[in-house]
Design a protein. Sequence first.
Length: 675
Amino acid sequence: MRKLLFSVAFFSMLALSAKTIHVDGQNGQDSQDGLSAATAKKTIAAATRLLGPGDTLWLAPGQTFYESITFPVDGTPTHPITVEGNGAIISGLMAVPEDQWQDKGDGLFFQPAKIKYGALAPYLVNRDLTPLPRGAKPDTLQVGRGLCTTDGMYIRCEPGRTPAGLGLYVTARVSGVALSNRSYITVRNLIAEHFSNDGFNIHGYCRGLLFENITARCNGDDGFSIHEDVAAMVRGGHFHDNTYGIQDVTASRSWYQGVLVENNRSIGVHFVGGARSLEDSVVRNNVGPQVRTQSDRARGLGYTPGNPMENGLFFFKNVVVLGSPRADAFDAAGNGKVVVSNCAILGGKTGLVVRDKAELHLHASIVANSVDQEVQVASTAKYVASANAFHPGRFIRDAAASSLADFQAATGQDQGSVIAPPKHDDAYRFSEPIVRFLNRDAVAGPDRTAVLPLTPTAAANNGASAPALSTLTTPPVLAAATAPTAAPRVTVLPLAAKDGWCKFDFESSNPWNLVYPEPAKMANGQPLPTSAELSTEQAASGQRSLRLHAAFPEQERKSWMVKLFSQRLGETNVKIVRVRFKMFGANCGTPFAPRFRDGRGEIFQGKTDKIDWEGWRDLEWDLIANPPTIRGGDKNQVLDAPFQFVVDFYPRITPEKTTFTVFIDDLEFNVENTP
């Protein structure tokens, strides 16, 4: 009775003492107590030192924090520690010092840095947060490509140019959310990007871990990865543009529901040993196999060879797998046992491969539209299947090709399965084929209860359209810990005339010179040739104007997107109410759209127009009379300085027209002073 009373009193005290620690990277101070939004801490590191069981770490909505998150203590089963991310971003980016490059000759530059070791895969990032194209070796680097080695960073520039002024970043921090031997922790609504290892990296003995509505993107190794003796659940996640989307290993246990895994550079979902479950999910457009299961070793945990936790148990239900033509869509290997129920495996070089001594059970599922064959089963593997649908229905057993009838006769499996093309809507709700399953007619593939995450949720993607990377706040400089943080370079607006207009005349300086084509590279891997330079060919006033030019390869694409960004402009005490400039058109019919991107990542989108005139034309956007559509960023509906003015062009490519050129002059901003 005394123990019971003590327990009740103890947990009552926990409930009463639970607190929320606020973090605001823009307005907080680490000297404050963090107990309210008004007295928020500035850094996550300072805030986590105050956490105990039942406490909540509350991040300011939409902000970017150049930090990792670790935890000094555990939560408890009844009082977990909670991270409420509110769509905030944790980023591993650091600014590359521009004065530390060493000229190695022939356009090759090197900067020493100890950022690559072990499993870390750092890479260089452009000022617009697109990855710098990577090379394999320093001496074979092509112009415009970079490389991180165990010695440091390399980049090859065009003749006569240096990396100074490129505004490069590097993914220098190791992992985003990093847990080791910590339990009963919940993380919600958080984005982890640009780390050299993993977005979410968990080791040791951990249990009671819950992740809800998270995103891991653009990381050097894995988006999400658990190891050793970890137990974790992910409910709602978006893992994209990493090397592996998800990679869970050893004897850990993981459950995933409602995740979207796409566009990763290797395997989408890689389950290695342990116990795994994936439901109500979509895996698509990854370079390697979309899903691979295999066995692992867990001798360090005391498991003997052949233990089920080493072999692996893998469960898939209501999963849509969309394969790429150069890799198998679903690959089951090792000694594991795999259950695939109510899934759709579409595309891939081979749809479903069962090899080694793997045992795979396939029921009420669809395997269709592969390049070579739908199913390939090794003689050493075990395949148990019924009530499936295949199309067009090509099978390989013991290296011999066969039809469904021959495959059924040889294996005794897939009784009740059919050859029929799948039919589905855009949400992958299938209406055909019909199979006989559990003594009734049923549609093969994901069942009617499936909720498939075909698009990321707003909170898991910072409330913006993909790829919607982090805001361009100031990452710390890659240097010694005592080095000062560099401020972002900002071009001050010219002094306003009496009528409130600030003017750039393009006579001696060019503030509008950043060109980002999309896609950035041609099919041969080379950057698309673009330029935005001062020219004397045309001028609306004075002697010079800005000449924007792009040259496109023939017969590669019908259209391209060319984004013209200004430098970062403005001061904090001005408000932009109108913008105008002159454009020299050639009646090419090219659509274009103006927009602003503010200092906190918010996009202020204007209306689309098209170049349907000859010669110079005055263009003006009144932001009061024609208010922009606003999205992303911190959602404060304010055009925060420093901002960038952008015009997106959409030229169409024809055999007769493989270049795009416009001239721009007299860029002006109408400003009002603010308090």
